[in-house]
Design a protein around this ligand. Structure first.
Ligand code: UDP
Ligand code: MG
Length: 347
């Protein structure tokens, strides 16, 4: 009778192990978050495939379906039937683009991972340049928008204001015009995967990890089909997440403001005291009283709100929920890497 300890765990399912013979090395992975992009999948693949084929045959295109309710996943499945290098993971619901990117990085197998949008705003023809720069030794190669045509005026001015704020107060420097369109070497991918943050602001994380990086200018094209998924509310939330995860200035600024106001109120008190002593009091101080009460309750509420923002963030982080839930995978994805928290426990 053999002891169960002698059986290595990998041999418990020999059939499965044989069916999933070790996958060939993947040179390049292209991660594409998709949310209601049915009309864009095929045009994108048609432009992407020849470009990637020129670079290497060992590539994979990994769509991360962010809970689309339209034909997006069905179209990817059909595309996978034609070319098995087109694959997908599908979320159980909409988790947001940032998390879709995180999932893409978790599941990509390439030595380098390219992240791009599905709407053809990121021209695939730039990818060979990315790869060239990567092979020169850069860990991070990011696309740099040369202009922001195709974006509404409001969004553009909002973005500009955000970058000014971030440059002033953020603890990490963001390169100008760099977005999610980029190539990341395996080393960078592993560092990004090890960051367990829930309020994800990838642009900040990309810059935070460091490593040699370089920008490649490109022209943002117009959206191929469909409409942008970013409402103003969502963008605002995103910008807020970015600022609060990379800066504690919003938390600290209230201390200074409070000091300033207290000093000011002491000055005012002295002024009123002297005036009453010299010229006497005209009206009992009702207006000044009510104004100061309102002013200070306002300040207190604001600072409480600010603290609430960070406390909320701490709450979200300590819950340690998985970042996303995968409902389905398309293509040969035998080993799904462990979830963030499992990995943390193992480490
Ligand atoms: N996206 C996503 N989940 C979302 C919203 C968007 O995966 O909740 C994807 C979308 O399918 C597209 C990319 O993120 O591939 C960029 O989205 P969009 O073009 O709407 O943003 P914009 O280009 O206007 O910034
Ligand atoms: Mg777009």
């Amino acid at each position: 009778m053999s002891s169960p300890i002698e059986t290595p765990p990998s041999q418990t399912t020999p059939d499965l192990a044989q069916a999933n013979s070790p996958p060939q090395e993947v040179e390049l992975s292209v991660v594409i978050p998709v949310y209601h992009e049915a009309e864009n999948i095929l045009p994108l693949c048609l432009r992407l495939l020849p470009v990637l084929g020129e670079i290497t045959s060992a590539f994979e295109i990994l769509f991360v379906d962010d809970g689309s309710a339209d034909a997006t996943l069905a179209i990817v499945r059909a595309a996978n039937g034609r070319d098995s290098r087109i694959q997908a993971i599908s979320f159980s619901r909409n988790f947001g683009k940032e998390i879709a990117i995180a999932a893409g990085l978790d599941h990509a197998r390439g030595k380098a991972v390219i992240i791009m949008d599905a709407d053809l705003q990121h021209p695939p023809e730039v990818i060979p340049l990315f790869v060239k720069r990567w092979r020169e030794g850069n860990v991070m190669v990011y696309g740099q928008r040369t202009d922001r045509r195709g974006e509404s005026k409001m969004k553009r001015s909002f973005t500009a204001a955000f970058y000014r704020l971030f440059a002033r107060f953020g603890e990490t420097r963001l390169p100008e015009g760099a977005g999610d369109f980029r190539l990341i070497d395996r080393r960078g991918v592993e560092v990004l995967r090890s960051l367990g943050e829930r309020a994800r602001f990838s642009k900040g994380l990309y810059a935070w990890i460091g490593f040699p990086s370089v920008g490649v200018p490109f022209q943002v094209e117009n959206r191929h089909a469909g409409a942008t998924k970013w409402s103003f509310r969502r963008l605002f939330r995103f910008a807020f997440d970015g600022l609060t995860s990379f800066s504690t200035v919003p938390l600290r600024v209230w201390t200074y403001l409070g000091l300033l106001i207290s000093a000011g109120s002491i000055g005012t008190a002295i002024f009123f005291l002297l005036r009453t002593a010299i010229v006497g009091s005209d009206v009992p101080g009702y207006p000044s009283l009510i104004i100061s009460v309102m002013f200070f309750s306002g300040v207190q509420l604001m600072s409480l709100g600010m603290i609430g923002e960070y406390v909320g963030r701490i709450f979200a982080e300590v819950k340690r929920r998985p970042l996303y839930v995968v409902a389905e995978t398309i293509g040969e994805r035998a080993e799904i890497p462990p979830m963030r928290d499992e990995r943390r426990r193992l480490a």
